[in-house]
Design a binder for this molecule. Sequence first.
Ligand code: DON
Length: 575
Amino acid sequence: MSFNPLRLLGISLSGVVVLGLCLSPGLSSAERATLSNPLRFDKAVVVSQDAIASRVGKAMLEKGGNAVDAAVATAFALAVVHPSAGNLGGGGFLVVRLPDGTARAFDFREKAPLTATPEMFLDANGRYNRQRHHWSILSVGVPGSVAGLALVHTRLGKLPWKDLVEPAVLLATRGFPVSRGLAESLAEVLPKMTKYPASMAQFSRGGTPLGEGNLLVQADLGRTLERIRDQGAAGFYEGETADLIVREMERQGGLIRHEDLRRYQAVEREPVTGTYRGYKIISMPPPSSGGVALIEVLNILEGYDLGNLGFHGSRSSHLMIEAMRRGFADRARFLGDADRIGVPVPRLTSKEYAAKLRRTVLPERASRSSPETFEWPTGNSETTHLSVVDGNLLAVALTTTIERYYGSRIVVPGAGFLLNNEMGDFNPAAGLTDSQGLIGTAPNLVEPEKRMLSSMTPTIVVKGQKPFLVLGSPGGRTIINSVLEVVVNVIDHRMSIQDAVDAPRFHHQWLPDRVFTEPFCFSPDTRSALERMGHRLELRRLPQGSVMAIAVSPNSGVLDAGVDRRRPDAGAAGF
Ligand code: DON
């Protein structure tokens, strides 16, 4: 068996299931049909995109830590073992529901540097420069992850901070065996990293991608993690780590300086809440668009009997597409960093507003998205979600991102972590709206220290007094619809959580006016029916999202893991 540094911490391999068949029956509710039995745990479980990271979280729970401790330790471990999305150099959101029923949201989204301007992605001739927006040192936002994890731990954690960071230190310094998924993703990304020697050094052996089973040792990252372990957030935002970040910024002409790092603060916010068919929805407020859009779309859908219309029937799908279209139109119009601009959250999430929107939906006819013909850029970007529920039913949903796959691809020399390219989530420039994929609406333009709009949707659904679902996903703007579809699959179509996660997905985001579908999403009959109604369908070969979910049985309190197999390496660990 390959070397496993976690054994040094007494973290065992048992109780971890990457993929597997569960022999227990489906959820206790008799009418809930189950095709693929969820992995089931009696007391506590961590679900994340990497089985090693889930195991780290489980070890914290076994030590007497709570779900927050487990989430923080899992997130640090993901920064080592899942470098395409797990991060120190990015940002994220965490939604938590405490056993007393109160819920809190933590915002550690990246910020624009102090010297950022709305025109920073234009060239000397005033032309938009896509490279600069998404793939340059200017695309790096001031990182928030370490500040966020430290804040959450200070407010709600139980175990000592050092205990939560130590497993990540060991994974980085001693190394871990590269999984098949990681080997594949490194082989894909390395050719795009060649101009960054520190990135190449970190993720290859002299330019050759590491293969499955090779040990990946990240010594610089280990030292950065040791500073974070020993000094808390100051180990990242001050001292040597800060110096290394600023040195790279100066070398490449980036904007982040010590002042930006010193001023960065994670923020605790009121979660955004709503209801859906008697369930309470708790999700992330701005600067995420996720919670607001999710609740707005669910409110519209509440007026229809989706359950009876059936899973992926033409009418139920039509209604979902129309609801998505309206939610995403409002996202573009109204949403941005609410610390900087007014966002009408109560109105957008109200039942009255949803009723008004519902009146604009025709029963069997697609509406057209607005005459403005702009589209949002699409592309492969990278984010990761983890969910935890502990023995006291403390529930944590944490989504974290460096935006694209391996972020900016820039590893900070000497510090061993990848920088995000989250500035690409800002609109490129005022009024710069065209049919080629640019959007220039005001709420999400760059301003110094503003947080860029996100779609991350860490969400907790509550039934009665207990958490019922904990979930979230990567996938850029598709995140909102992936979360929506899993919620509808469980509540309306009465699927088990694993079936709900496995079910094929579709996505409409207002513009472009198309329904993007996963393979096997609709039958030919349903496709034809939707097309006759006026919907334009487009098959996407890439999977939509990667939902990491937990369902709590309302009766027994048993925990079912919904592990998305669309991407490799995901795993649930619990007991
Ligand atoms: O915050 C956001 O909405 C994006 N930066 C998330 C990117 C993402 O989900 C990529 N995942 N595959």
